[in-house]
Design a protein around this ligand. Structure first.
Ligand code: SF4
Length: 364
């Protein structure tokens, strides 16, 4: 299923990709997962037809005035749980644009228990090249408590089936579901690593209005992760994936008007800059650990970093910087934007230079 990533794909640009999102809220869903409310989040009321898709793609294309890698992405439902006729109806207009080189890829997201060779053959026939599985957890107790309607074995079978094709595979995980805990989350990460997906997205669980999770929350039967804990857990997850060369292309949902509304997000670790907070946390841990091994009291240090990492290294409102001043009694910390890679920094101190990488933090 498309799950909650639907939100952040509103006109999202990843690298130089331009995503044309086609929201199909709850299309194909055979059950109601406790955390999900796609209608509220997508604010999508229109019936999705071939004509609607055609118009949507054309509208986006007319607004793109430079070379981009353009993808059409179907989100918010269980694409492959739709009957084949409806899948073909939805894919045909996108495939038409693909064949005419107007777009460059088609991606769909779906549930793990709606994958078969016949379904995959059909997706390939209509030009789909990326499939995202809403896995959420690889703990059967967590999946049952979330009323996902499938177990972890369905995930393994689906992945095996997908791996026999040349489809790119993405896996979406949701730490903090009912009955989840740190041990189970880490277990999910280790099992996901074995599946070797091409990329991962991590969305900490939020309590959305008009969901069973909201009822459980009000009845005090479900306690969401608090923001600090969610940042820490997601940081650990991200680190484990990236250390194993699996890119984490998104952590936390992109801020939208719907999510900023407390009547929509009732509780849970929502922050408009959640992904940045995770990276700030990781930079703080990495640099603090490094400073601990040096004699730098009363000294000046210079931190070189990539321009895109500026706020992540310094921390929100300079929280990381202030922590280092306080903890290590530094005389001065200078920041320099230069040609470092993203996630990499060079520290100059005591007349020496040291290169540090986010994905080699040793102790978190
Ligand atoms: S399968 Fe569950 S999570 Fe996915 S869109 Fe349907 S209700 Fe939401």
């Amino acid at each position: 299923m498309g799950d909650l990533e639907v939100i952040h794909f509103y006109y999202e640009v990843i690298m130089k990709n331009y995503i044309i999102p086609i929201f199909i809220p709850h299309y194909g869903c055979q059950n109601q997962c406790v955390f999900c409310n796609q209608h509220k989040i997508t604010a999508m009321q229109t019936d999705v037809t071939a004509e609607f898709i055609n118009e949507t793609i054309n509208r986006h294309l007319s607004g793109i005035n430079k070379e981009r890698h353009i993808e059409v992405a179907f989100y918010g439902g269980s694409f492959t749980a739709l009957n084949i006729k409806k899948q073909i109806e939805l894919l045909t207009p996108a495939y038409h644009f693909l064949k005419n080189d107007k777009i460059h890829a088609i991606r769909i997201s779906t549930r793990p228990d709606c994958i078969s060779k016949t379904i995959l053959d059909n997706l390939l026939k209509y030009g789909v090249s990326i499939i995202e599985l809403g896995v959420q957890s690889l703990d059967n107790q967590v999946l049952a408590a979330s009323q996902r309607g499938h177990n972890k074995e369905s995930v393994f079978t689906a992945v095996q089936c997908i791996r026999q094709t040349n489809l790119k595979l993405g896996i979406q995980l949701m730490p903090g579901l009912p009955k989840d805990n740190l041990l189970q989350m880490m277990n999910t990460v280790y099992q996901t690593l074995k599946l070797k997906p091409d990329f991962v997205r991590i969305y900490p669980t939020l309590v959305l209005v008009n969901t069973k999770l909201a009822t459980l929350f009000y009845e005090k039967q479900y306690v969401p992760l608090d923001l600090d804990t969610a940042v820490k857990y997601c940081a650990i997850m991200k680190l484990l994936f990236e250390r194993n060369h699996i890119p984490v292309i998104r952590v936390g949902l992109q801020a939208t008007e719907a999510l900023d509304n407390h009547e929509v997000v009732i509780a849970g670790p929502y922050h408009s800059a959640f992904g940045e907070m995770v990276d700030m946390y990781l930079f703080n841990i990495m640099i603090s650990q490094f400073f601990e091994g040096l004699n730098i009291k009363g000294k000046e240090v210079i931190i070189h970093h990539h321009v895109k990492d500026t706020s992540k290294v310094r921390g929100m409102k300079n929280t990381n910087t202030n922590t280092w001043y306080r903890t290590f009694q530094l005389q001065n910390i200078l920041f320099k934007q230069d040609s470092m890679k993203i996630g990499q920094i060079e520290v100059e101190c005591n007349g020496e230079q040291y290169i540090l990488n986010l994905n080699i933090i040793s102790n978190i």
